[in-house]
Ligand binder design. Structure first.
Ligand code: TXA
Ligand code: MG
Length: 309
């Protein structure tokens, strides 16, 4: 407890000096900086080797804090009441006089915002007088981190501080819903579409419109850096094999992300397992078929991209 509080103090000190730090969230770890500062947000793009064309998500403690930066509407309030704080990101219209750095939005008139649930990051946000821009804390197109060690593995000593908040509970990025114009889903993630549909009383499309810039949807995203083969029944001898249901036979190369097809559990273990396999120096990965329903939709979405390596 005491240690947590002193870590939050240290984190604030770095952030106030326009530095980037690692923060825990319930989805994945973020690389955070003051969203109102050009200098601080510029550093995020450098560290991640990310193109400035790819806008950042901004994290707030609660929706009242964002009223000066964005326009909200009824759909926003309904979803907010139901799911926030939690793994849902909203794309909203940005206010003309908002304080958000132009680096964050790539000069566009929309802003992606989120209210993370992790208690340490919420405590941190409470102590700051600015929101935090925070993409996932990985080098662009690589695997997202779900622990402090993963973040360290990505950036080494290039970042000065990471708040240790344990393993991310959800283990996959937030769902992104655009509420600019007709509501639509831009990224599958921590909240299933049918739950969002229920609240909005409409059927949202998972947009495949390439014009909407959400480069998290680009093909080579989430790559473990080695070939990934999908829907495999029998792996090659040298391959790491990822499974979601216990088999009678086993092997040193078998990695279970769930013992009995629990898709939520599988989502939580996915990035962690892919990273472990990569670190064990396997040359390729085979994955058994994951049912394309519930969290399986988001898992398959990530795996298809990972397989385009
Ligand atoms: O769970 C999450 O959302 C994590 C944690 C750290 O909060 N963050 C995360 O950020 O996944 P990032 O940058 O890795 O992915 C954000 C995605 C990117 O694909 C980006 O293109 C999209 O959100 N995005 C950001 N601003 C947008 C906007 N104004 N319109 C459409 N897409 C946007
Ligand atoms: Mg990312």
């Amino acid at each position: 407890m005491k240690k947590d509080l002193s870590n939050i103090k240290i984190a604030k000190k770095y952030l106030d000096k326009n530095e980037c730090i690692g923060i825990p969230t319930e989805t994945v770890y973020g690389l955070a900086a003051n969203a109102y500062s050009d200098k601080a947000t510029h550093k995020i793009f450098n560290l991640k080797k990310r193109t400035k064309k790819n806008p950042l998500i901004v994290h707030y403690e609660n929706y009242k804090m964002l009223l000066g930066d964005c326009h909200i509407n009824k759909d926003f309030l309904n979803l907010y009441k139901k799911f926030c704080p939690g793994p849902l990101t909203f794309v909203l219209k940005i206010r003309k006089n908002s304080s958000i750095s132009k680096n964050v939005t790539n000069n566009k008139n929309t802003l992606a915002v989120r209210f993370p649930k992790h208690h340490l990051t919420r405590k941190l946000l409470k102590t700051l007088n600015y929101p935090l821009a925070a993409p996932s804390a990985n080098i662009s197109n690589k695997l997202s981190p779900v622990s402090k060690n993963d973040v360290r593995e990505e950036f080494g000593k290039k970042i000065k501080f990471i708040i240790d908040g344990g393993r991310s509970k959800i283990g996959l990025e937030s769902t992104i819903v655009s509420l600019v114009g007709k509501p639509q889903i831009l990224r599958l993630g921590g909240i299933e579409i049918n739950k969002i549909n229920k609240v909005l009383k409409k059927r949202l499309k998972y947009s495949k419109n390439k014009k909407i810039s959400s480069p998290g949807r680009s093909r080579i995203h989430y790559s473990p850096g080695i070939p990934v083969r999908l829907n495999i029944k029998k792996p090659k001898k040298s391959e790491a094999f990822i499974l979601i249901k216990k088999r009678k036979i086993s092997g040193r190369n078998f990695f279970y992300i769930s013992k009995n097809k629990n898709l939520k559990e599988a989502a939580r273990n996915l990035y962690k397992t892919l990273r472990m396999i990569k670190n064990k120096k396997f040359k390729s990965i085979a994955i058994e078929k994951i049912p394309n329903k519930e969290f399986g939709l988001a898992i398959n979405d990530r795996l298809i991209r990972a397989s385009k390596f």
